[in-house]
Ligand binder design. Structure first.
Ligand code: ZN
Length: 184
């Protein structure tokens, strides 16, 4: 089981490397169901100019689209998520951890901690917050999930280090237009 976990995390690391090659903050992930990779994702916040396009969100959208295409009902989608295990190179941020918990994912393994935005222990503990009841019936309930960090941490961290040592070309993107206007 442990060797499988490492193999899956290798795939997540590979996704993070692809992100790095695209000058994105290097985070990658894979979703596993019944022992198979069913989706992978990498951070695409720069490419999409959308700060929410984290690796997890990319993979979740792939699954949602697929399952909707297959005509799965809401409860079938929920059942599928309840069988999914996520391997992600960095602790899910608060946004992603909340999404994963609403979707009811079974389990998460991550590489390094996310000390600024981590939603699985570092800042908030959304994976374990069964008790934080959301009262309105309109609001989706959050479910807890099992979460284990520290898988291939040094690989995950070294990708971040490489990214920041490159001079972080994406960081200083001040309030300047990034693209020339097409009409001059
Ligand atoms: Zn996130």
């Amino acid at each position: 089981m442990e060797s499988d976990s490492l193999a899956y995390m290798e795939l997540a690391i590979h996704q993070a490397k692809l992100a790095l090659e695209s000058l994105e903050v290097p985070v990658g992930c894979v979703f596993i169901k019944d022992g198979k990779v069913i989706a992978s994702g990498r951070n695409r916040t720069t490419e999409t100019r959308n700060a929410t396009r984290h690796a997890e969100m990319e993979a979740i959208d792939i699954l949602m689209e697929k399952w909707q295409r297959d005509g799965l009902s809401k409860s079938e989608v929920a059942e599928n998520f309840s069988k999914c295990i996520l391997y992600v190179t960095c602790e899910p941020c608060i946004m992603c951890a909340a999404a994963l918990s609403i979707l009811g994912i079974k389990e998460v393994y991550y590489g390094c901690a996310n000390e600024k935005f981590g939603g699985c222990g570092s800042i908030l503990s959304l994976h374990s917050s069964y008790s934080e009841t959301l009262i309105s019936g309109e609001v989706p309930q959050r479910k807890g999930f099992k979460c284990t960090g520290g898988l291939m941490t040094s690989e995950a961290v070294s990708l971040f280090r490489t990214f920041y040592e490159q001079g972080n070309p994406n960081a200083p993107k001040p309030h300047r237009p990034l693209v020339q206007k097409e009409v001059e």
